[in-house]
Design a binder for this molecule. Structure first.
Ligand code: PLZ
Length: 450
């Protein structure tokens, strides 16, 4: 990564207990005005952020190991992105692409068509959120195939809208009491190497075998000719940073292709340099029919995309997809600048370097303490799964305690997982080495203290 001039000092510095007095005041205002249904991971309120730090309203400088859930890869106030947003906002903030189109939308589509796996004829359509991208991918698949059934996997997360809640696996907090959900959504077993029961002959289930297990169920329970789409995260995010066994994703993608089923890679969390490649599918040479992209693409301005086979996307009638804000010009300007910065700062390399720095430390710690069952992930998408000592039983209590302790010492980490027993690391890709190291040290101490 070329040298970066950070605007804020890249250091961990605590001036008050957390949350400080100003954060506590804001929390009181919030309780009286904001719906309690919206939760926040940390109780401190942000005032400024840059590189790998978030400065709160009390002047505490925290280490950010979450990037606002994998969004601010190029930093939360990247100067190139900020300048592009400012410039676009002074010209126009909105016309609606469905009314008066503009170049910025076309330019983002061109970039995504070129960047996504495969050199076949592709198209892109822009939306606002990850969930909206996934919904539209399903709409495209249903329209293009004339079929209804959609398959998602155990531990999957695809969003909070009605269709994407149905695709999402975990009940609390995402689905509980919010049904009924759309019909014709089927759930298949995932490849989860750490929690995979051994095969009947005692061997470890391979990715190809795990895929064959799902394929057999799809054939018997749904009927291959009824399936419009398989929707799969190449590495599951909210479900626990589950990296399927090698061969799982390519086997499913190949089978889908052979049966006219649209293979949708949900790269909302894995996409755009996070795993050390532009897209996680590249690690196994998988070329999806459709890819959903959001989060990192516009550094937090609301933008998402469905990108993929031109024959599928252009099969939908003109006017069939859209939305007032989809591909908003300010968000597109942010995306173009973000993509430039990812290339110019060599952030795919940087994500691999973050793994080189962090993984050996995390693994050494795991070997040393009894509660880390597995260290896994790819690039700057790494996780620790916590268990009760000597077992594989999930340990959500320790996980919560460690995350709280890390925050107390100024490091923002996120948890995830079906069992709530995974700590995930998603640092901004531009975090300097020393700050990453300081953040890891706090996390290591929190784990040892638990
Ligand atoms: N697909 C793979 O990770 C969003 C959700 C946080 P939106 N993940 C963070 C929460 O609790 O709401 C996500 C994802 C994958 C789709 C989505 C949905 O993206 O932009 O949040 O709609």
């Amino acid at each position: 990564m070329p040298d970066i001039d950070y605007r804020l000092s890249q250091q961990l510095l605590l001036r008050t207990d957390l949350p400080g007095p100003r954060s506590r005041d804001l929390a009181a205002r919030r309780r009286a005005a904001v719906g309690a249904c919206v939760a926040s991971v940390v109780p401190v309120y942000a005032a400024d952020a840059d590189g790998g730090v978030i400065v709160d309203v009390d002047g505490n400088s925290l280490v950010d190991l979450g990037s606002g859930i994998a969004v601010t890869g190029v930093g939360a106030s990247n100067p190139v992105v900020a300048a592009a947003v400012r410039e676009q906002a002074t010209r126009f903030t909105h016309t609606c692409f469905m009314v008066t189109p503009y170049e910025e939308y076309v330019a983002v589509a061109e970039r995504l068509v070129a960047l996504t796996p495969g050199d076949h004829d592709k198209r892109a359509v822009l939306f606002n959120s990850g969930a909206e991208a996934v919904e539209n991918a399903v709409k495209i698949a249903r329209h293009a195939t004339g079929r209804n059934a959609v398959v998602a996997f155990d531990h999957a997360y695809h969003g909070r809208t009605n269709l994407t809640m149905a695709l999402t696996a975990k009940n609390v907090p995402y689905k509980d009491g919010f049904g009924p959900f759309v019909p014709e959504v089927y759930r298949m077993p995932m490849s989860y190497p750490f929690r995979e029961p051994p095969a009947p002959d005692g061997t470890t289930v391979t990715g190809a075998q795990a895929a064959a297990r799902a394929i057999d169920l799809m054939d018997k329970q749904i009927g291959v000719r009824r399936i419009a789409a398989l929707v799969l995260e190449p590495i599951q995010g909210e479900g626990g940073f589950i990296v399927p066994a090698p061969g799982f994703v390519p086997t499913l993608a190949g089978w889908a292709r052979a049966h006219g089923i649209v293979f949708v890679a949900d790269e909302v969390q894995t996409g755009l340099a996070r795993t050390g490649a532009w897209f996680a599918c590249e690690h196994e040479g998988v070329v999806p029919d459709l890819t959903t992209i959001a989060k990192g693409i516009a550094s937090g301005l609301p933008l998402s995309a469905v990108v993929g086979r031109a024959d599928l996307i252009d099969e939908v009638h003109t006017g069939g997809l859209g939305g007032t804000y989809g591909g908003n010009p300010v968000a597109c300007a942010a995306a173009l600048a973000t993509l430039d910065q990812m290339r110019d700062l060599e952030l795919c390399d940087r994500a691999r370097r973050i793994e080189e720095l962090a993984r050996p430390r995390l693994q050494a710690l795991a070997d040393d303490v009894g509660i880390v069952g597995e260290v896994r992930g790819r690039g700057a998408m790494l996780a620790l799964e916590f268990v009760r000592p000597g077992t594989r039983e999930p340990n959500p209590e320790a996980t919560r305690e460690i995350a709280a302790r890390a925050l107390e010492h100024g490091v923002v980490v996120l948890t995830c997982g079906t069992y709530g027993n995974v700590i995930r690391l998603l640092p901004p890709l531009v975090i300097p080495d020393e700050l990453l190291s300081a953040g890891l040290e706090v996390l290591e101490n929190a784990i040892r203290a638990t």
